[in-house]
Design a protein. Structure first.
Length: 243
């Protein structure tokens, strides 16, 4: 999209899409994606200059899940057919497993979420220092803290059974990571690490699975640790092939 085709939502003056302030009135500018056509538009614009769609704000309704941070009832609603729960106090977002997987692989879903900045809130002035293990909104289990894709730098709270909790701005940061090709880079890094471990195991054991002959006491002559390493590498490689 032409960077000159946008207009300041405050005064109407032409403004570049990459400008942080309006050169005419000095108003703060921030771009989001149109929820209909996904072209860039300024955050406070009333309609998209590309397709004319109204910039409708996300509206949630009271849900039956409580925020794991504030413990108050969250709002639930859809963004481009994806159901999410949102805390109006701390700006946290809860996505179930299927919904988050869809957001990660669908560019339209990503643009739709980024097009609703009121869900994200402003960036926190200071990152949280205290590490806490919160309860899943859907079960009494404590969630695990996981660095998304192992290299994104965004640590989220994950319930293996139900879904993922995102603190303020974390979902935004993860979507940007995915859009920059972060998942592909993570996958390549994991495969590289597995190949390195495979070579180490091959050097120690040869290219074939380790074999051993029982001694008189029934104990194998091969080093048990080497067998475990070989087996683990093979299993991990099989998992990553599907991932």
């Amino acid at each position: 999209m032409d960077a000159e085709s946008l207009h300041c939502p405050s005064c109407g003056a032409p403004a570049r899409s990459d400008a942080s302030t309006c050169s005419h009135c000095g108003g703060v500018l921030a771009t989001v994606a149109c929820p209909k056509c996904f072209h860039l538009m300024f955050r406070d614009s009333k309609f998209c200059s590309s397709c004319g769609a109204l910039a409708v704000a996300w509206r949630g309704e009271p849900g039956n899940l409580s925020c794991p941070e504030c413990e108050q009832s969250m709002l639930k609603g859809e963004v481009a057919s994806c159901l999410l729960h949102h805390c109006a106090k701390c700006y946290g977002i809860w996505l179930d497993k299927e919904t988050f997987a869809r957001v990660c692989r669908d560019a339209d879903q990503q643009s739709a979420v980024l097009g609703l900045p009121q869900l994200m809130g402003a960036e926190s002035a200071a990152p949280e220092v205290e590490i806490r293990y919160r309860k899943c909104p859907q079960c009494p289990e404590r969630m695990n803290r996981v660095n998304f894709a192992r290299c994104s730098g965004v640590v989220v709270d994950v319930c293996r059974t139900h879904g993922t909790w995102f603190d303020r701005q974390e979902l935004h940061r993860i979507i940007q990571f995915v859009q920059r090709g972060g998942l592909e880079k993570s996958r390549a890094l994991e495969l590289e690490n597995l190949e390195h471990e495979r070579r180490r195991a091959s050097q120690a054991l040869g290219d074939s699975p380790p074999s051993y002959t029982p001694m008189c006491g029934g104990c194998p002559t091969a080093d048990l640790a080497e067998i475990v390493v070989y087996t683990a590498v093979r299993a991990a490689a099989a998992i990553l092939t599907d991932w």
